[in-house]
Design a protein around this ligand. Sequence first.
Ligand code: NAI
Length: 330
Amino acid sequence: MKIVFFSAKPYDKQFFSRHNASYDFGLEFLETHLGPHIVNAVEPGTAAVCVFVNDRLTKEVIEVLAAKGVKIIALRCAGFNNVDLKAAQQAGIHVCRVPAYSPEAVAEHAVAMLLTLNRKIHKAYNRVREQNFALNGLLGFNLHGKTIGVIGMGKIGQAFCRIVKGFGCTIVAYDPYANAKLIPDVEFTSLEELLKRSDIISLHCPLTPDNHHFINATTIAQMKKGVTIVNTSRGALIDTKDAIEALKSGHIGNLAIDVYEQEENLFFRDLSAEIIPDDMIQRLMSFPNVLVTGHQAFFTVEALDQIAATTLHSVNELSNGRIPADVMVK
Ligand code: NAI
C-alpha cells in the first residue's frame, strides 16, 4: 500500500522510514506542499496521503484525491484547520491526525521563547561572541510574581501551566470548553478579565473560524501596556497588522511567535539567499522585542518518534477496516 508524503523533510524520511519497518508500506516523500497546483500529480493507486500544517486540503483538492482513489488523509500534526473535514466526509475519505504527540515539546518551546525574549539571551549570545560583555539593553524582568494568562487549556496549555507554576507565577486561564475543576492552581476567568490582568499571555487554543484574528487592536487595547504575548499555536489567531501597530506604540512590550499567519510561503525552507516579498514578517523581524521561530515548537526527537508511530498505526488500522481513536473523519 502506497502513502505519499507532502512537505516532506529529511527528518520525516528518517523517522517514518524507521517506524515503517513494522509495516512495510510503500513510502514516497515529496518536498512540495499539497494544494490545487500539484494534486493532479498524485498517481492513481495511492491509498493515503500524509500531510503537514501548511498543506492545503481544500474541497477542490479533496475531490481530486478521491477521484484518484485516495482513502486516507493522515495529518502528521495536531492542528487540522487546513483540511476541509466536511468535504472529506462527503468524499468518503478518512482523516486522522496525531492529537497528542508531545504537548511538553510545544509547552517547553513556549517557555524557552518567553525566557529568551525576556532575558534577551539571543542578543547576549551574539554580543559575547563579539567580546561585548556590556549589559546595557539586556534588562529583563522576573517571572516570579507575574500573572500569566493561558488561552486554551488543552494538553499543551496544561503542560505550559505545570512549567510556569515552578516560576512562582499566578496563572489565569480562559477556555470556554475545559473543565476548570480538573486543573489545580489555575484560576479560570473570562477572556476580558484575562486580557486585563495578565503580564504575559500565551496562546494554546486551536485556530477556528470563530477565533481568527481574535488578538487584534480591540483585544490588545484591553491588555496591560507592555504585555508579553507568546504564540506557539496558529499564526492567524493574531492580526499581525494590529500587532505591529501595538509594537510601534509600545502597548505590546514583547512578542514571541513560532507561528505566523502567512507562514505557508516561508517556514520550513532556507530562504537566506532570497528576497522575501512579505513586508509584514520583515517588519516584525526588525523589532528588537520580537522573537520569531519557524514553527519548530514540536521539533523534538520524542515528538517525531510519536508522530511517526501514531500516523503509521492509524493508517494501518484504517486500511484494515478498523477505526482508531485519532480519526476525525470516519
Ligand atoms: P487540545 O485540543 O488538547 O486543546 C485545545 C484547547 O483549546 C481545548 O481545551 C479547547 O477547549 C480550547 N479552545 C478551543 N477554542 C478555544 C477558544 N476560542 N478560546 C480558548 N480556548 C479554546 O490541543 P493541544 O494539543 O493543546 O494544541 C493546541 C494547539 O497548539 C493546536 O490546535 C495547534 O494549533 C497548536 N500546535 C502547535 C504546534 C507547534 O509546533 N507550534 C505543535 C502542536 C500543536
